[in-house]
Design a protein. Structure first.
Length: 118
């Protein structure tokens, strides 16, 4: 009888070890994904900065111009949160659905006013 109990204990120990190994692999995968995302964000930040400096130099636009437009784009989804969020938006002219990331209808070209976009 005690052998059955010990055998059951060994099975439980192997299951726990297998579960711990699977959890460890999952944590390793998540850590790798986070590292990849951090690299992509750093690269995008570098490219954004290079593009901005090029535009500022070649077109003579100012930081205030950039901030104003960023704020306008931020408000297109109706929430000033520093993020661009997409969502469906029905055009008042053609009634087709566009994405709130856009400042005009993709189908008929109507430029949206801010109240329509919110």
């Amino acid at each position: 009888m005690s052998m059955m109990w010990l055998g059951g204990l060994a099975d439980h120990s192997m299951q726990a070890s297998s579960a711990a190994s699977a959890a460890q692999q999952q944590v390793h995968g998540v850590a790798r994904s986070v590292k990849d995302l951090e690299h992509h964000v750093a690269r995008l930040s570098l490219l954004n900065q290079a593009l901005w400096e090029l535009l500022r130099e070649k077109l003579g636009v100012t930081d205030a111009d950039l901030e104003r437009l960023a704020s306008e784009i931020d408000l297109r989804d109706g929430v000033q949160d520093g993020c661009i969020t997409s969502g469906p938006l029905q055009c008042p002219r053609c009634q087709r659905v566009s994405n709130s990331k856009h400042w005009k209808c993709l189908y008929c070209g109507l430029e949206f006013e801010k109240p329509v976009m919110g």
